[in-house]
Design a protein. Sequence first.
Length: 270
Amino acid sequence: MPAKPSASEVQGAFALVTGASRGLGKSFARALALRKRNLVIVARSRFGLEALANELDHTHGVVTEIVAMDLAKPGAGLELARQLGERELHIDLVVNNAGFGERGEFLKLPLERQLEMIHLQNTAVVELTYQLLPLMSVAGGKRCGLINVSSMAGFQPVPYAAVYSAAKSFLMTFSMALREELRSSGVTVVTVCPGRLRADAEDRKDGKVQRKVPGGEQDHDDVVRAALEKLDSGGGLVIPGRKNRLVVRGQRLLAPNAVPKIVAKLSRPE
């Protein structure tokens, strides 16, 4: 078997996917590899990344580079951008997917853990985008892209997930505003807001059934397909699932103070 080419020997740019070792990130990586995109995949678990890289390289004949890094740490976005530059990995598509949520009363959840949610879903995204966009914007007219994974939780305050919903709201509005600023730059921006995603088998704890949510659980591949279709059609906001779109429209008919009261009843820990 021929040796894997180095990054400098690869013709063309790479797509970067964060949170790629499982769930939605893994589905993004597989879908992009199917499109014959070379990849840089990022997550905390080197073992998970190596397994996925081997799968993608052998199944689709692409080049997959890995970066094992915890993007929830302060300055992680800047460090990732630095490593990409050192390894001569030019990026023309960024999928900011890494994220997690903690559920519970604000004052009962560890402060450090809640700040990690902000670092991961907001600070690291802003740092990485700020560092990579200038390189993407001057890519000689080549179409480049950003896909930012927000959430249905970003459309309203969510009691008992206060920091998570606020972080997703920040990411959604930042992403949508950036799309307008970048219209003439050749960078297409997609903001995708899925509902609750169907958990991977390894993520299900003791077979516990989760509380039902409006719109139900969504399949990772369906969300990825909707996001990539929106990327191909010029970018913008995409809410996968007809029921989820109806929920967002329905919220606009309610008084602003009524929404968090209703959501609190649905999300209160048992």
